[in-house]
Design a protein around this ligand. Structure first.
Ligand SMILES: Cc1cc2nc3c(=O)[nH]c(=O)nc-3n(C[C@H](O)[C@H](O)[C@H](O)COP(=O)(O)OP(=O)(O)OC[C@H]3O[C@@H](n4cnc5c(N)ncnc54)[C@H](O)[C@@H]3O)c2cc1C
Ligand SMILES: NC(=O)c1ccc[n+]([C@@H]2O[C@H](COP(=O)([O-])OP(=O)(O)OC[C@H]3O[C@@H](n4cnc5c(N)ncnc54)[C@H](O)[C@@H]3O)[C@@H](O)[C@H]2O)c1
Length: 481
């Protein structure tokens, strides 16, 4: 019989945010954990996602290259690239192999796949486990457009390898990646066209998308919504070479030296051997999990982009932590479904919980930022804060569009999670003048609206009359004779 110590408590497959947090959580709880990573720990967020994209946006906002319409400056772009490399280097130690080993995780470099119940291999070497956490992330999805394979195409993974600023960048897609990178490259001096199947930011409030659309257009981005790409033709027809023409079904054509595909993601499940351990995936290939992040195999959990949940770093981390502690402690804690999100365009779009009315039992309260003093003083009045509230005044969710909108999401998420009412929020003193003021003012406006009800107004009026009568009486009794 095999020695007990040869069987580890938790095998974590993938060393991105979900894998890192899951492995560290389990190790800190005292479990024997092995993490398998085939490339480099840190995953998409550190190397090709959040960190480089937010640094690029910051560099573009600070005008570190030429600006819209000006000729792209090669040395300016190399300064932007250097800034990205420096940001990654500063954050990397937190996500490193050493940081995992420091808390007792054994890191194995190599491709992992399941062999059968309780058995996996990492680059051919067998490993036995009691529990496993799948955290293999997702890849960019490339739509089946004829000729796309021959064009000079980049994705969110490879765009960071560009040495020169693209002169003419055509972006396929209109989600957060397309909007963030489109705005950044336009501000850096590229001529950017966004070709979007539906409308930009389709998951957000349409009014929020309108504000972002005008901001992008002002930065020089040309946006073609409701478009269908028919073909991409490339001069010389060679893979990755020269200039391409991206043609729509209405005959319009857009020249590009670089085409960025930002049209969604695909879960990384190929070759994992999920069928050997009875882990189910949905039609889109994403791993199915229950509210405790457990898969259809009761000994296997999953978290991060590989699951059906939205693709966010904060979600990957929090859900992986719950999954790992459930796995090694033998408990069944459920994850919270209150998930804030932020698109870091300028202005930012931030949202959480219920963002549309959807039912007569709800109401919407909107504060335009033209009434927010900080927005006026900074000259950023094009934005709004919108709350969705139920009949009892409970805050169900909301959308904020404006500078630093994301910074208000913590408070709004707390309000939604804790089922706070607009009266609760209105009763909290907020500093003046902040953009956050708009949230408070929206809560005040809604709480005040309850005072407009006829019964409440009649009661208040009666109370005022009573107080007046008492004041008159006390004035008379105190008057000197
Ligand atoms: C451009 C861009 C910007 C983004 N910006 C934001 C943002 O601002 N905020 C936000 O919240 N989210 C953002 N995201 C999303 C965020 O990056 C992801 O949700 C997050 O990184 C997912 O983490 P993960 O651990 O699930 O997957 P990953 O980070 O992809 O990690 C998976 C890891 O598993 C490894 N792996 C895969 N298969 C195997 C195998 N068989 N064996 C061993 N190892 C394997 C991979 O090499 C990888 O390292 C952005 C994404 C992109 C692309
Ligand atoms: N700030 C953030 O938190 C942030 C930033 C970037 C990415 N992300 C995460 O990464 C995920 C992936 O981002 P994304 O922008 O690639 O995907 P997405 O799924 O959010 O958006 C895809 C967009 O591409 C469009 N599209 C799809 N196929 C198309 C086609 N053939 N032609 C034209 N348009 C097409 C869709 O209509 C949609 O607008 C996001 O859902 C998000 O969870 C988050």
């Amino acid at each position: 019989m095999e020695p007990r110590s040869a069987v580890i408590d938790l095998l974590v497959i993938g060393g991105g945010t979900a894998g890192l947090v899951g492995a560290k959580t389990a190790a800190r709880l005292g479990a024997r954990v092995v993490l398998a990573e085939r490339a480099r720990t840190g995953g998409d967020c550190l190397w090709t996602g959040c960190v480089p994209s937010k640094t690029l946006l910051a560099a573009a906002a600070a005008g570190e290259a030429s600006g819209p319409g000006d000729p792209p400056g090669p040395s300016a772009f190399s300064a932007v690239r250097a800034r990205i490399v420096a940001a990654i280097a500063a954050i990397e130690p937190e996500d490193s192999r050493a940081s995992l080993e420091a808390v007792g995780v054994t890191v194995r470099q190599g491709e992992a796949r399941f062999l059968g119940p309780g058995r996996a291999e990492i680059d051919g070497e067998e490993i036995r486990f009691h529990r496993a956490l799948i955290a293999t992330g997702s890849d960019p999805a490339v739509p089946p457009v004829p000729g796309l394979d021959r064009a000079s195409v980049v994705t969110s993974e490879t765009i960071w390898d560009l040495v020169d600023l693209p002169r003419r960048l055509v972006i396929i897609g209109g989600g957060p990646i397309a909007c963030e990178l489109g705005q950044a490259f336009a501000r850096l001096g590229s001529d950017v066209v966004m070709l979007v199947r539906s409308r930009i930011l389709p998951k957000e409030d349409p009014d929020a998308a309108d504000v972002v659309r005008s901001a992008l257009v002002q930065d020089g981005v040309r946006i073609v919504e409701d478009s269908t790409i028919e073909e991409v033709s490339t001069v010389g027809g060679q893979a990755g070479a020269g200039e391409s023409q991206v043609r729509l079904d209405d005959g319009r054509s857009f020249p590009a030296d670089t085409v960025l595909v930002a049209a969604g993601r695909r879960a990384r499940v190929a070759g994992l051997g999920l069928e050997r351990v009875g882990v189910d995936v949905d039609d889109a290939g994403q791993v199915r999990v229950d509210a405790t992040m457990r898969t259809s195999n009761p000994a296997v959990w999953a978290a991060g982009d590989v699951t059906q949940h939205p693709d966010f770093t904060h979600l990957a981390g929090v859900y992986a932590s719950t999954a790992a502690s459930n796995a090694v402690l033998g408990v069944s804690r459920s994850v919270s479904t209150i998930v804030p999100r932020v698109t870091y365009t300028s202005p930012e779009v931030a949202a959480v919980g219920v963002t549309s009315v959807g039912s007569a039992r709800r109401r919407v309260v909107t504060m335009q930022h033209s009434h927010t003093d900080r927005a006026i003083t900074e000259g950023h009045e094009n934005g709004f804060t919108r709350l969705v509230v139920d009949r009892r005044g409970r805050i169900l969710g909301g959308t904020i569009v404006g500078p630093r909108a994301g910074e208000t999401m913590g408070e709004l998420s707390l309000a939604v999670q804790r089922k706070l009412t607009t009266r609760d929020l209105a009763g909290v003193i907020h500093p003046y003048p902040t953009f956050n003021d708009a949230l408070w003012n929206a809560a005040v406006r809604d709480a005040r609206s309850t005072l407009e009800k006829p019964l409440v107004r009649a009661l208040m009026a009666a109370l005022v009359r009573l107080t007046r009568w008492r004041a008159v009486r006390s004035d008379r009794t105190q008057r000197p004779v």
